[in-house]
Ligand binder design. Sequence first.
Ligand code: PLP
Length: 394
Amino acid sequence: MKNFLAPRRLLLGPGPSNVHPRVLQALATPLVGHLDPTFLNVMNDIQALLRRVFSTTNQFTIAVSGTGSAGMEAAVVNVVEPGDAVIVGINGVFGTRLAAIVERCGGKVIRVEVPWGQVIEPDTIAAALRQSSPVKALALVHAETSTGAWQPLEPISALCRQYNALLIVDAVTSLGGIPVEVDRWGMDICYSATQKCLSCPPGLAPLTLSERALSIVKNRRSPCQSWYFDLSLIAAYWTEHNRAYHHTAPISMLYALREALRLIEEEGLPARFARHQLNSRALLAGLMALGLDQLPPSDRQLPTLICVTIPAHIDEAAVRSQLLELFGIEIGGGLGPLKGKVWRIGLMGESSTEANVLTLLNAMEEIGIRSEWVSTPGAALQAAAHIYSGGDKV
Ligand SMILES: *Cc1c(COP(=O)(O)O)cnc(C)c1O
């Protein structure tokens, strides 16, 4: 069997995103034991850095072993017990997944559904809480990666307090790309994943819990149905001065996450958010000049994931495969009801650069010229350049 040589790829899909060479280098750091005193310092560093990206002082801030779905599972299985009512906002794939996990815990799901691409308005959530109270929790997806919709969270926290419901937030495609204010927005449980806006390989799920959530975890009527994700057991490993064995930590992945978080610290969150904003505006301007329309309403469009609908005269799958084969660029297609109807373009973390936006637009334009759906060559680059030169300031 030959060596696997990975082709050069520009990762502009819904994740994973491109990874900085310093993060790849960290993965090659020699192993130490996961209870080695030097490794415990690595964990302390990660916890401190994660609290900063989550904007929280929560003591319980850790990285769950596993991808984003492991974070989702850990967030749900620890608080939902059989018979508990949970309101789940459903406007895409990931809200649907949250509801499925709640059901597997024996929870009673109260679905608040809106069409894919829309967000769930605070009034709708207020009405659901009023009608269904008491509920154990409300679960929302901050950045719905299947549609590009940016869910407002700020007005929700007061509602959750009023009805004594925990607020669970999926910040997988938002953390490190747009503001995620765990404390200020009153989130009780928030989880993410390393391979999206944190620009680290997949394999860890950052997770933070408020004191209110922790006391619910500690006072369960029955033990958590998942032993692996039981946070009351995992807490012992992540608590300083304790560090008892639960399962072997994914040591190399934690090295990588520490380096990815150091890079974020060096850039600074405000600069990072501004970079994501600017590049998404430029990309959108270019895509519109190519005759594509954004799926979510403009004021609900995520800067980290752009979802555009495709006119019937464009062969969706053919363009994606040409982008990959001719240009080494990966973008995503639609999921579920949006299959074949949209492209999902991720501008996450390291992947969100001016060079990448212009490279993608140029490649799409070239493909469009060959397939005769681009009639004014240069329009897409011009529209993006206009944004980069300071046009249409928002
Ligand atoms: C990617 C994603 C997940 C799942 O993460 P995996 O790493 O694929 O397990 C969950 N929620 C959202 C919003 C996502 O984008």
